[in-house]
Design a protein around this ligand. Structure first.
Ligand code: DLL
Length: 429
């Protein structure tokens, strides 16, 4: 099912012509921002030098730190009286990144969310619970407007009060839910403890943080939903940038609105489909805050095969951010790989936490894992066996020896928004 079939399936020459036209408009828009006038001058390139799509490689990158330096409104290309909404990213260190939207931006954004929703067969008549934060985080209002546009019955439940969320799902006959995968798992856990089976639910939109195929299987079986991956970032409006279709195999990027490149994060060189690297996006329709070659930090690849659904080129599930990648004794590890291993083991319960320490100049990774009560016979020797098996599986996949510590079910933190499962205690060298 399509929301906007013409735009969702546009390809070949038609797409290239549209992208080039929109790229030129975007570059023109950037020249209203001091930062870009300066950056283009330094790079010795003018917007009119960009005549073909490939010329984009001549343009300088934009980094998150650039946006932070522009705090608060330094990247706005329109006067403040044309900015009808502001969001910010959480920013754990320093100032947050501020993003602004014109009325047209809000329209563009909700159009993309609408495409995502309809693409997976959700539409009028569906009751939709939006269990994400409604404040400055883009996930709440962003999805909300797209869902209303499609005509879903929207329940802006936000996060928290999980028992109440579960009652609402049952009382209101909720059919589709949106939240982070970590919160979805917590909802499943609490629903099971309340003896509720959430029968009305059939679709889950999950995103805002990396998650794995094992997590998908877990959520699908415990919540009784078909689970779809949703990717986005505040700098590109928010959720809605790329989304899975019913094939559940890679995420469609809306190419009419985003020009994407995958680069080697170290050299900046462009990579081919099938090669994993950093996603770089030039938005093509952003009015209040146009950006050029934005370094998302997210690691993925362009997929080679055409999708059976007829839409454009997909990206693979995001493995993590380049700055989330842990280097342990020289081995690169993404937290999502750890999740993938743990969630596929019946011995493992709901949650895990990763601690990294430096002990006598060596990196040590300790993983606290909640065990599954069902898999534990009550015999102490069973604990040792479970521990050994989990450490063995992690070793096979990560190529790294870790210390696994089994803990009581329910004893590790739960997350309502994005999970924070890694605590790096190594400090400076
Ligand atoms: O997380 C927007 C969003 C809301 C997306 C709801 C999907 C659903 P930010 O807070 O700016 O925006 O964080 C963006 O989160 O650069 C990725 O590192 C990560 N991220 C978002 N979606 C996914 C995903 C929202 N599906 C940052 N898989 C991005 C992996 C994701 N990582």
């Amino acid at each position: 099912m399509f929301w906007n079939k013409a735009m969702e399936t546009i390809g070949g020459e038609d797409l290239a012509t549209l992208q080039l036209k929109r790229l030129k408009w975007t570059l023109h828009q950037t020249q209203k921002v001091d930062f870009y006038r300066r950056r283009f001058k330094e790079a010795g390139v003018r917007p009119e030098d960009i005549r073909r799509l490939d010329d984009v490689e001549r343009l300088p990158f934009t980094y998150k730190r650039d946006l932070q330096k522009g705090y608060p409104f330094g990247f706005f290309a329109v006067p403040l009286n044309k900015v009808v909404r502001v969001h910010t990213t959480s920013g754990t260190t320093g100032k947050p990144t501020v993003v602004g939207y014109t009325r047209q931006d809000l329209e563009n954004w909700s159009e993309m969310i609408a495409r995502n929703i309809v693409m997976v067969g959700v539409g009028e008549g569906d009751v939709f619970q939006n269990a994400v934060n409604y404040g400055l985080f883009t996930g709440g209002l962003g999805f909300h407007y797209g869902a209303e546009k499609v005509g879903l019955t929207v329940i802006p439940s936000a996060t928290g009060n999980t028992r109440r969320q579960i009652e609402m799902i049952e009382d209101f006959g909720v059919t589709a839910i949106h939240c982070t995968p970590s919160y979805a798992l917590h909802i499943a856990e609490v629903a099971e403890s309340m003896g509720r089976s959430l029968d009305s639910l059939s679709t889950g939109f999950f995103g805002a943080e990396p998650w794995s195929e094992s997590m998908r299987r877990e959520l699908e079986s415990r919540l009784g939903v078909t689970a779809f991956d949703s990717y986005g970032l505040s700098e590109m409006y928010g959720p809605g940038v790329a989304f899975e279709c019913q094939e559940q195999d890679g995420l469609h990027i809306w190419h009419d609105s985003y020009l994407v490149e995958i680069i080697d994060p170290k050299t900046g060189e462009r990579l081919s489909p099938g090669e994993r690297g950093e996603l770089v996006i030039t938005p093509l329709v952003k009015e209040a805050m146009p950006l050029v070659r934005y370094r998302t930090g997210d690691i993925t690849m362009l997929m080679e095969d055409r999708c059976a659904c007829g839409r454009g080129q997909k990206i693979a599930r995001i493995t993590g951010r380049s700055d989330d990648m842990l280097v342990i004794r020289g081995i690169n590890v993404f937290p999502s790989q750890i999740e993938h291993v743990l969630m596929s083991l019946p011995e493992v319960g709901e949650q895990f936490m990763v601690y990294i320490d430096r002990v006598k100049h060596l990196d040590e990774m300790t993983i606290e894992v909640e065990m599954s009560r069902a898999a534990f016979s009550g015999e102490l020797q069973d604990l040792a066996r479970m521990q050994k098996k989990i450490a063995g599986e992690l070793h096979n996949t990560l190529g790294l020896r870790t210390t696994v510590r089994l803990v009581e079910p329910g004893s590790l933190p739960r997350f309502e928004g994005k999970a924070k499962r890694v605590v790096d205690r190594r400090g400076g060298i």
